[in-house]
Design a protein around this ligand. Structure first.
Ligand code: GLN
Length: 282
């Protein structure tokens, strides 16, 4: 028989041997997943014995973690801007930078009348951006689009779980939205270059979908496609919000010069890096 405290010590010890970072914190998270409890339970019930099933589950999660699998996939769900977002290996794990993006957008949308307004979340992956915004602004019509059928299945489930009504479209980039127009477009496209991809940590490189990370050999491919194809899908004075790689500010700015673009500007993430590019069309 193993108590909660013993299980916690066992998991922490195994992670320490593998030189994992934040050992105690990770051990707590593994236990919380296996026991479906919160952190405080681990300490208020430290003498409680684990059932055989819980102990097996704990060991399974530990061995997956030791092989490098991100905790988010092991847990299967992450918190993102007041939403619980399900994640599978078919979708990118939502990043904190993307929450900053959603927060910036929410501040802008809060000042506008959203009745009859359409927001497109392009390359939606798990759907985290569009779903979080729809939850906050129910008047908004939200369309999620992604190339990956598997990702859209996850996004659809996330919309259901978060009780929001959104439209999901599958197809290559803007193709499924052809003939439609949006008042707002948000896009966090794959933006890693081939050279950068090789430098990524194993957890990202081996577990997250390559398709959601790689933006062609330069990393700018999706911004190039946006610059040429997006205008046809926008109402006049539409607002466009893009997440970018922190070294891509200059490159992206160059792509969106002149007609029909206006109001182009870069914004920073909390690390002070250029991480977002915002603009409007005429
Ligand atoms: N829009 C999703 C996110 O921000 C997926 C992004 C992607 O797959 N590149 O997490």
């Amino acid at each position: 028989m193993t108590s909660v405290a013993e299980a916690l010590a066992f998991v922490a010890q195994a992670l320490a041997v593998k030189k994992s970072s934040l050992v105690r914190r990770q051990a707590e998270e593994i236990l919380c997943c296996a026991l479906a409890c919160d952190r405080s339970f681990l300490y208020s019930h430290s003498c409680q014995q684990l059932s055989e099933g819980e102990w097996l589950c704990c060991q399974d999660y530990l061995s997956r973690r030791l092989r490098g699998e991100p905790l988010a996939y092991i847990h299967g769900v992450v918190e993102f801007y007041h939403c619980q977002i399900k994640v599978t290996p078919a979708v990118l794990i939502p990043r904190q930078e993307t929450e900053i993006l959603v927060d910036k957008i929410a501040k802008t949308l809060a000042r506008q009348d959203l009745h009859g307004k359409v927001l497109l979340d392009l390359c939606c992956g798990s759907g985290c951006i569009g779903i979080a915004l729809k939850k906050q602004f129910p008047d908004l019509t939200v369309v999620l689009a992604d190339f990956s059928f598997e990702a859209l299945q996850v996004a659809r489930q996330n919309a259901l779980d978060n009780q929001v009504d959104v439209t999901c479209l599958q197809g290559d980039f803007l193709e499924p939205f052809k003939g439609e127009r949006a008042h707002y477009v948000v896009c966090n496209p794959p933006y890693i270059s081939e050279a950068e991809f090789n430098e990524l940590g194993l957890e990202v490189k081996e577990f997250e979908p390559k398709m959601a990370l790689l933006g062609g050999s330069s990393g700018l491919e999706f911004y190039e496609r946006l610059a040429s194809d997006l205008p046809a899908c926008l109402f006049p004075n539409a607002q466009v919000w893009l997440e970018i790689g922190y070294l891509q500010g200059e490159g992206v700015q160059k792509l969106f010069q002149g007609v029909p673009w206006k109001g182009q500007h870069l914004e920073n993430d909390w690390a002070g890096h250029h991480r977002f590019f915002f603009l409007e069309n005429e």
